[in-house]
Design a protein around this ligand. Structure first.
Ligand code: ATP
Ligand code: MG
Ligand code: MG
Length: 353
């Protein structure tokens, strides 16, 4: 039987493997630093858990395989410059921006984008790393090492952040999970909640936006679209051509989760409609030590990534799903985590229906 290789062996790779196992699929995440010679079969399939990778012995073997799904899409979306160009070309709303070039100045940024401008490194940024604020009031300038390597984006005064996780099959069939409401603190996702009745009016608009993109890229698998909600409008913040942290709740809250749908899509198996079970929420564990006492909390499902705990590092997540909202509220009041978690937990409590 053919193997599904995953470029990258982090938590996303592990969860893809976990999702493929009941289907009888042989899913093998590959550490990008591995020097092993992989026994790649001609019929095997390759996918990735990350949008960008350095050239190593392992990634070279995988990226030259004929069945690497979406291979051409990754560089298009991994570079924020070409990602933004795709959005503009497809007329999809995104925060106003310009490429930061050698001759770009902060004055030009303030003139064209306003008095607060967020520079983002074109490559490699995640969890808000790779951002640099330009503030006119503070007379900030563009450091030389950002010139040619960043885009500049208008600061958006959004009402809240939402994301859409969708899957597209080889035949062009698509399915979308309900919009997820997300809380980022200091650029890192702390908590998600879905489905929410009040986001329903935005669902079809969001689906049309993500469909347009997936169609244009002839994309196969799960893709996530992060948006800012401003009133009834959605502005695309960024895209991720892979399974996404804001879709982790689907492990508990959907009949078929994002990981299984991705595995199904890239292996050409039938996709599952995004049918949800009940109210779900997710809490990321960031720089937090493992505590098995959490398992006493009703409705809680723990995913621990077995990574060394460091401040600001995602080391696990907690999923909750219940048709009884009091179970979810009780879980939030029982969970005791240090700063800034009180803010994240009360945000969840406030947003539960
Ligand atoms: P991720 O871990 O999601 O990949 P990232 O490092 O790629 O994060 P972004 O998603 O671009 O970065 O930004 C992180 C967060 O910073 C956003 O979720 C949002 O809270 C804030 N942010 C990003 N762009 C803007 C903007 N133009 N205006 C205001 N806030 C922004
Ligand atoms: Mg990102
Ligand atoms: Mg983001």
């Amino acid at each position: 039987m053919s193997v599904l290789w995953v470029l990258g062996a982090g938590q996303l790779g592990a969860m893809l493997k976990q999702a493929g196992t009941p289907l009888g699929l042989d899913v093998r995440p590959v550490d990008i630093e591995s020097n092993d010679t992989l026994a790649l079969g001609e019929q095997d399939i390759v996918t990735a858990e990350r949008e960008e990778w350095p050239e190593t012995v392992a990634t070279k073997q995988l990226a030259t395989h004929g069945n690497f799904v979406n291979l051409d899409t990754f560089p298009q979306l991994a570079d924020r410059l070409t990602q933004k160009q795709w959005l503009d070309r497809l007329n999809l709303a995104t925060a106003p921006w310009f490429p930061v070039e050698q001759d770009s100045t902060a004055e030009l940024a303030y003139k064209t984008l306003g008095d607060r401008v967020l520079m983002k490194r074109r490559r490699g940024g995640y969890d808000g790393k790779g951002q640099y604020w330009l503030k006119e009031a503070e007379g900030t300038h563009i450091p030389d090492e950002w010139k040619g390597f960043a885009i500049a984006e208008q600061a958006i005064n959004f009402d809240e952040e939402v994301s859409l996780v969708g899957v597209r099959g080889k035949n062009g069939e698509t399915h979308f999970y309900p919009l997820t409401l997300n809380l980022h603190i200091n650029g890192i996702l702390y908590a998600s909640i879905s489905p929410l009745e009040r986001l329903k009016p935005l669902q079809s608009k969001a689906e049309t936006m993500l469909s347009t993109l997936m169609e244009a890229l002839d994309y196969v698998g799960v893709m996530a679209m992060e948006c800012f909600r401003i009133g009834d409008d959605l502005l695309i913040n960024e895209l991720a051509p892979r399974v996404h942290n804001s879709g982790h709740w689907t492990q508990a809250g959907a009949h078929v989760c994002q990981f299984e749908n991705h595995v199904r899509a890239v292996t050409g198996l039938p996709l599952a409609p995004a049918v949800v079970k009940n109210q779900s929420m997710m809490v990321n564990l960031i720089g937090v030590d493992l505590d098995y006492q959490w398992l006493n909390i009703k409705g809680l499902e723990l995913y621990w990534y077995k990574k060394e705990v460091r401040p600001g590092r995602k080391v696990g997540h907690l999923n909750f799903c219940s048709g009884d909202l009091s179970v979810l509220q009780e879980a939030l009041s029982t969970l005791h985590l240090a700063e800034p978690y009180p803010e994240a937990l009360s945000w969840l409590a406030k947003n539960l229906p």
